[in-house]
Design a protein around this ligand. Structure first.
Ligand code: ZN
Length: 609
């Protein structure tokens, strides 16, 4: 079936290109039409069931940069497919910005200005943000008053198409349940990675480019544009605000009590009522919805690690594409305006959050839903019908759009801390774990290399039990542990191993990537798997003599061995189990199996502050 749609897509793509070329040629006499294939009036393109190809999108943004002094358009890095990832920059005199270093110094020289970063087409099959961003920026740039407000207070940076490889893999049909556009890109990138799971493990070049851009512009507000999967209901737009309990008491409260209610209210006043993302509890909205916990593998989970206000726009898949584009455009417009209106509050909240993080003695690293804690949420839904399926001859679900119900549904969006980690004064990572060290460095983590070999007493964690997935997920066999034993040991370190102070801006990133129990730690993403294997063993027939001698010469060992057999008769019943116990309690056992190779100082951060 896949080959089928790929072939059809190729033929239809050629037809589409023919139409596109004719359109540009026919409109070439008009200066507006020369801007792009979609004309100068954003409303015109909103009637089309089409979305730009990668090069058409790049052209549309480039042409805005060619026209306006305050618009820059640069390459920020490479994608896995070998083509660049771009950023559109709307900021005073942005046309002089030539590259990412230029953007970084431009932002540093105006650090008091807010920045809103918009990411589009991370899932290129959900491209409404691409069209919406073009339409939004055309409108802003055409309106002198609003344009000047942005130029006074807030930079806008837009990634036109983040998943370039996926965007180039254009087809008609891979979004099976989606209502248009006619052609669009594919979800996986050119390595078949879902880039919206890649922000911590950074398998893709795309993620490296994103992280570079993110730290260069340090956005205050971040929006990632998507299209839903799941239930049918009347709302055209839904929103994931980064989970407020996970965001913490400062940013979370501001999002929950100020920003989100104001945004929802303004969208409603614009005739576009929106609703939190409909993450179903059980099949249909009547059974309630659950706040999405976007852990750091997701874009907004990642941006929350750096105190950015993160949002995921999810336009409804069954609404016609032009309507999804319009709803997304309106959301971007209102988020831009609201962020301008709340500029001082946003700056203050982010400063308070920095203070909170800099004085925290411990930070949470894992959360879980409070099952007993739901609130009523006003919802308008389509009636759910049960009908006989002519295909399966069993009951199927159908939403009846003729019957709209209005009621309160349960909304679970309270998360409790499951684990937190006491922050050490510093972490130690041997240089051997260079893939982790590289990712920390890309995220601006400050590290110092040890000048000499040394032996230090440090806190060492042993992973007592863990589960690993039997099948790969996004290129990794993931681990999960809930069982860690911390001990103090003398640890041999070598010149060049890394000392990482916890007194730094990236502390939340460190806490949530280095605590092995965290949702998206590097342990979870299996970067430390080789620490989980015993390297030396023994042959029983040889060890029999060794074990006999050990028991003869070590009275304590002999007593403990007898105790062990009495206490755990079932476990110690087999001869192999007995020999193994003796081996593990002898000097022959290497002892470092399951020793987690990120060590912590004996001093805590709170005790040295
Ligand atoms: Zn998506």
């Amino acid at each position: 079936m896949k080959t089928g749609w790929m072939k059809r897509a190729t033929i239809q793509r050629m037809t589409s290109c023919l139409f596109f070329c004719v359109f540009v040629f026919a409109g070439a006499s008009s200066s507006e039409a020369q801007e792009s294939s979609f004309g100068g009036d954003p409303r015109v393109e909103l009637t089309n069931n089409t979305t730009p190809t990668w090069s058409e999108a790049i052209d549309a943004f480039q042409q805005l940069a060619d026209r306006f002094q305050d618009v820059g358009f640069i390459e920020v890095g490479q994608s896995d497919v070998g083509r660049p990832i771009h950023a559109f920059v709307f900021s005073p005199n942005a046309s002089s910005i030539r590259n990412l270093d230029g953007l970084r110094s431009h932002r540093n020289s105006s650090a008091n200005r807010l920045c809103m970063l918009v990411n589009n087409a991370i899932h290129p099959g959900e491209p409404c943000g691409v069209d919406a961003s073009i339409a939004w920026m055309r409108e802003v740039l055409a309106d002198r008053k609003i344009k000047n407000r942005y130029l006074d207070e807030m930079d806008v940076v837009i990634i036109p198409m983040y998943n370039v490889g996926g965007a180039l893999n254009r087809n008609c049909c891979s979004r099976t349940n989606q209502n248009g556009p006619e052609y669009y890109g594919f979800r996986g990138n050119s390595r078949n990675l879902d880039l919206n799971r890649d922000f911590i493990k950074m398998d893709s070049q795309n993620s490296v480019a994103f992280v570079d851009l993110f730290h260069a512009v340090k956005p205050d507000v971040f929006v990632d544009t998507h299209t839903t999967n799941g239930a049918d209901y009347p709302y055209r737009m839904t929103l994931i605000t980064t989970q407020v309990d996970k965001a913490g008491p400062v940013i979370g409260s501001f999002l929950r009590d100020v920003y989100e209610p104001m945004l929802f209210d303004r969208m409603k006043q614009n005739g576009e009522a929106i609703i939190p993302y409909v993450n179903l509890r059980n099949e249909i909205p009547e059974n309630g919805i659950v706040g999405f916990l976007e852990t750091p593998r997701y874009s907004t989970g990642y941006t929350t690690l750096f105190s950015t206000l993160g949002f995921t726009a999810e336009a409804h898949m069954l609404k016609p594409f032009p309507e999804r584009v319009e709803a997304t455009r309106l959301l971007l417009q209102e988020m831009g305006r609201l962020s301008l209106d709340l500029a001082d509050e946003i700056k203050q909240v982010r400063n308070e959050e920095k203070k909170r993080l800099s004085s925290a003695g411990a930070l949470p690293t894992r959360w879980e839903l409070k099952e007993a804690d739901s609130k009523p949420l006003y919802f308008e839904g389509y009636a759910a019908r049960r009908e006989l399926s002519p295909i399966t001859k069993s009951t199927r679900l159908r939403y009846d759009r003729q019957e709209i119900w209005k009621d309160s549904i349960a909304y679970w969006n309270a998360y409790a801390v499951k684990y937190e980690v006491v922050l050490p004064e510093f972490y130690c990572i041997p240089q051997a774990w260079r893939q982790v060290v590289e990712r920390l460095a890309l995220n601006g983590i400050q590290m110092t290399a040890l000048p000499n070999d040394t032996v230090w007493p440090l806190r060492v964690d042993y992973i007592e039990t863990f589960d690993s997935s039997s099948k790969p997920y996004e290129g990794h066999h993931m681990n999960r542990t809930d069982s860690i034993r911390a001990v103090v040991e003398s640890v041999q370190l070598f010149a060049g191993d890394w000392i990482i102070p916890s007194a730094q801006d990236g502390i939340r990133f460190l806490a949530e990537t280095l605590d092995p129990r965290a949702h998206d730690s590097y342990f979870t993403w299996n970067f430390f798997d080789s620490a989980l294997q015993q390297k030396e063993h023994y042959s029983s027939y040889v060890f029999e003599e060794t074990a006999y001698e050990l028991l003869q010469n070590d009275a304590d060992l002999s007593v403990n061995f007898e105790k062990q057999k009495k206490l755990y008769p079932a476990e110690m019943k087999e001869p192999q189990a007995q020999l193994n116990w003796l081996y593990m309690n002898s000097p022959h056992f290497e002892g470092t199996v399951n020793r987690y190779p990120v060590f912590r100082s004996l001093t805590d951060r709170s005790t040295i502050q």
